[in-house]
Design a protein around this ligand. Structure first.
Ligand code: TYD
Length: 207
């Protein structure tokens, strides 16, 4: 496993607020003259956006292993074509989700065996891992309420609260296992407060 200090991932269950915090962080980094590359998973490349369409289509049935591998297909393309070249050019890369989404959703959520999940992730990333993971932790109830009020639940969000509870526990376990690389925030806190705190910590980590 190779953790890259300039690769930062935002993680959290659906409705955790990570996209809003990420937007606020970017504004702050840009105001300081930073020029990070930002991405979202699944997606971020022509192939990845098409795979994203398959993954978020509520009508389409997918076996768990098929879902695992589709996420990795999108990720493999993104890592090879976008993330590695940007890191090699010295840019900071901030991704809305990365490989820990797979560990939490397909591993803890769907219950696929850990070795299977790790092997699939490794095939996609060749061991590249974020130097910093920012986890916005919310209860499934709060996450689902926020998704509902936005009026959009995709295929993955349709799953029961119990599923998101397992995903959340998976994330918290990963954070406990990797304390030097994970920062956990209470996603129920006011947005501006969260953005200020996350931005300060990211600026400190990036030096
Ligand atoms: P998206 O609309 O991007 O949701 P969010 O705004 O919450 O990030 O949908 C991505 C969905 O895909 C989300 O439910 C999490 C799920 N997902 C996985 O199950 N495994 C993965 O490896 C990734 C990257 C995402």
């Amino acid at each position: 496993m190779a953790r890259h200090p300039a690769l930062i991932a935002f993680e959290g269950i659906d409705g955790s607020g990570k996209s809003s915090v990420l937007r606020g962080l970017l504004e702050r980094l840009r105001a300081r003259g930073g020029d990070p590359l930002t991405l979202r998973e699944p997606g971020g490349t022509p192939l990845g956006e098409r795979v994203r369409g398959l993954l978020l289509d509520a009508e389409l049935r997918r076996a768990p292993a098929a879902e695992l591998l589709l996420f990795q297909a999108a990720r493999a393309e993104l890592v090879a074509e976008v993330i590695r070249p940007a890191l090699a050019a010295g840019r900071t890369v901030i991704s809305d989700r990365f490989c820990d989404s797979t560990r939490a959703y397909q591993g803890s959520g769907l219950g696929l065996p850990r070795e299977t999940v790790e092997a699939a992730i490794h095939a996609a990333t060749d061991g590249l891992e974020p130097g910093l993971v920012i986890l916005l932790d919310v209860t499934p109830e709060l996450g689902l309420n926020r998704s509902d009020s936005r009026g959009r639940r995709d295929a993955i969000e349709e799953r029961a609260e119990a599923f998101l509870g397992r995903v959340r526990e998976g994330y918290l376990e990963l954070a406990r296992e990797n304390p030097e690389h994970w920062l956990v925030f209470d996603g129920a806190r006011p947005l501006e407060e969260l953005i200020d705190e996350v931005a300060a910590l990211v600026v400190e980590r990036l030096g």
